[in-house]
Design a protein around this ligand. Structure first.
Ligand code: GAR
Length: 191
């Protein structure tokens, strides 16, 4: 059987990465081959070692000034790059090499609350400040702009006027945990 390989790029606590690792743990047709991070103490590194997945820490010059990372991705036979809380803009050489093979999750209903500087709590604070009655998350293909590629899936949650930005964050994260791995599964097994 042809095994499909995923690379996860993550820099935060890695809770979405963990859900993805759990989802594919028992599978023999899809495997998470490597976890890549730009932060030394990223929570995702402990998930990687717990699940026995190789990890790699990169810095900006490695990522932007040359294409060394391509050698890593090629040697791991990566079919799909999954961004799970990875905040650096993806360089053009990587997008050219993996067209429609890089997906991202964003904690808002894009095109609202996307773009440079819109990540994590900044998003939820803006949603709160604008008295939105709903928020949610978007899974999308990655292009050369922040949060701009074609949408694959969105899920919504209700926001009440009593919700704090932290409450909104918790609701959105719950949606992310519920859907991201399933959507990745569909993308990687049907394309
Ligand atoms: C997630 O909420 C994800 O949507 C967000 O970072 C968080 C990572 O959480 N990504 C962005 O804001 C990208 N613009 P995690 O480390 O617990 O998975």
């Amino acid at each position: 059987m042809d095994i499909k390989h995923i690379a996860i790029f993550a820099s935060g606590s890695g809770s979405n990465a963990r859900k993805i690792l759990e989802h594919f743990e028992e599978r023999n047709d899809v495997e998470v081959a490597i976890i890549i991070t730009n932060r030394k103490n990223a929570g995702v590194l402990s998930h990687a070692s717990e699940f026995d997945i190789p990890s790699l820490r990169i810095d900006k010059s490695y990522f932007y000034n040359n294409d060394c990372i391509l050698n890593v991705l090629k040697s791991e036979k990566i079919d799909l790059i999954v961004l799970a809380g990875f905040l650096w803009l993806i360089p053009a050489y990587l997008i050219a090499e993996y067209p429609d093979k890089i997906v991202n999750i964003h904690p808002a209903l894009l095109p609202k609350y996307g773009g440079k500087g819109m990540y994590g709590h900044h998003v939820h604070e803006a949603v709160k400040a604008n008295n939105e009655s709903e928020s949610g998350m978007t899974i999308h293909y990655v292009n050369e702009k922040f949060d701009d590629g074609g949408h694959i899936f969105q899920a919504k949650c209700i926001v009440s006027s009593l919700d704090s930005a932290d409450d909104i964050a918790a609701k959105v994260l719950q949606l992310e945990h519920k859907h991201y791995a399933e959507v990745i599964d569909k993308v990687i097994t049907t394309t």
